[in-house]
Write a protein that binds this ligand. Sequence first.
Ligand SMILES: NC(=O)c1ccc[n+]([C@@H]2O[C@H](COP(=O)([O-])OP(=O)(O)OC[C@H]3O[C@@H](n4cnc5c(N)ncnc54)[C@H](O)[C@@H]3O)[C@@H](O)[C@H]2O)c1
Length: 555
Amino acid sequence: MQMARDLALVGLPGVGKSSLGKRLAAKLGVPFLDTDRAVIAETGVSHDSVAAIFEREGEEGFRRRERELIASLVAPEPPTGSLGAELGIGRVVALGGGAAADPRNRWALRERAILLWLDAPDNAIARRLRTARVVRPLMNHADPTATLERLRNDRERFYRPGIRLVSSRSPGSLADEAIALVRSHVDSARPLVDATTSSGRWVVGDQIASDALRSVLAERRATRMVLVTEPIAARHVAAPLRDALHSAGIDVIQIDLPSGEAAKELHEIGAAAQRLANAGVERGDLLVAVGGGALTDAAGLLAALYLRGLDWVAIPTTLAAQIDASLGGKTGVDLPQGKNLVGAFHQPQAVIADLAALRTLPVRQLVAASAEAAKVALLGEARLFTVLEEAAPRLRSGDPSLHNDGTLAEIVERAGWWKCRVVAADERESGERISLNLGHTLGHALEQAAGYQNLLHGEAVGYGLRAALYIGRELGVTPVPLADRALALLDALDLGVAPRTESVADLLAAAGRDKKVADSKIRWVLVNNDGYLVRNDVPASLVERAAVAMLAGTH
Ligand SMILES: NC(=O)c1ccc[n+]([C@@H]2O[C@H](COP(=O)([O-])OP(=O)(O)OC[C@H]3O[C@@H](n4cnc5c(N)ncnc54)[C@H](O)[C@@H]3O)[C@@H](O)[C@H]2O)c1
């Protein structure tokens, strides 16, 4: 017999989750739990409130308590003969307004709960908030409409995977409608995140690729698509995906590129374009790229060029591609003269990051990609910093618990969202996007000096991050405790530790040719306690010392 699940209500503060939740529980004949109240009860302080816990323990303290509570939730068996038993629902849970924002909570609930997103127009919610008796810490001292708009922008991507019930009617009157909706949607696979970004729709989840892609195809009423992949990603991800699509009646034209960087050659794009022409691919056909960053870069460029642009979807299958390469719309191939020298900005319609793909990834790839996540942590993603510190030993050993306890899901969500946010603010790289170059100035230079042999991009970034920390610390930009903490994280990940044999002269020459040079001056991204700043006045002697220390593996 299938275990009973919770019916978890998510939505903005004040939307009426508790009112609807109580009514739903009564109709289903199951208990009701309000996580805010349960957290308060756990503190053991009489007359406690969410606001009081925020004041005493900070928001982080409250969220920690909330996370522990949600991790421990197991729905009770519904009474025999109840509507709950018929639908497999053992309890109704109203999740606090911010609970769904925590990746670990959504991970814990993904199989144990059905998510119902209760939504209403902002003016209806604001009206309710003005007359409510409950004190909500995030709503105090603020114009509710502006706060609601901000919260909606911040959180809607976490609510959207839920079954959506939108109405301006009083929440208590919506129970029958909610039950009908749940009944018709109960079996569909649901992602952890579903966001609308400037890089298209961004969907993250576990074993979601097939359902998410089919929903994109259904929206376009498409009955065929072009699948571009490479042999390794095909074996692990694309082949089962193609079979699932075939069974759903979708005609798949498959184009195979070589694995790894060999896909990023102009003649491969030319040959693939000819195959598209021979197969009669038209403007309206969707191109779906399944593979690591090299594959999505090359297939994205093919999509940009063929018939002056096909719509495309990226299904990144490596950690590097999920948190970096597939986001931002940069596509391209290499020339003998250098990497990524021919390319185009061509945003995908959707990026579908299926965490299940990462299970077959070699540990070395996982650790190298962690350098890009560490970069985001250093730029100011405070929780990601802690997650990486906790995960570092397990990342190095490829511990399978990373996949099972939501750690990798949280790394992908947080690092990926950071990039989506920065790209949205600066699509064409004229402002904030330069921050993503942290660690890349000497990192790229090292890759070049090494002739792109035996060194993964993320591994090179690990060295580059150390050099940027060295320079920042020497200039007094990066506080010593922050630099020490960052270096300890890189040590724990074993990134940038082993001495290198490349020459300092080659490295400095390559750094001078870097793309982030303006008026012949290198623009260095350096970190401080507020995030980062850009300096173009770093003395050459200091850069040289940083390069020497970096190559020697001393810091
Ligand atoms: N467009 C951008 O903004 C951007 C940003 C960063 C990096 N990049 C590019 O990304 C590329 C690096 O990406 P990468 O690190 O993903 O390398 P990659 O694409 O070369 O993949 C690494 C290896 O992993 C294999 N692989 C792919 N999926 C797998 C899976 N699920 N299980 C096991 N093996 C799998 C591939 O076959 C390949 O051999 C570089 O070309 C870089 O220039 C682009």
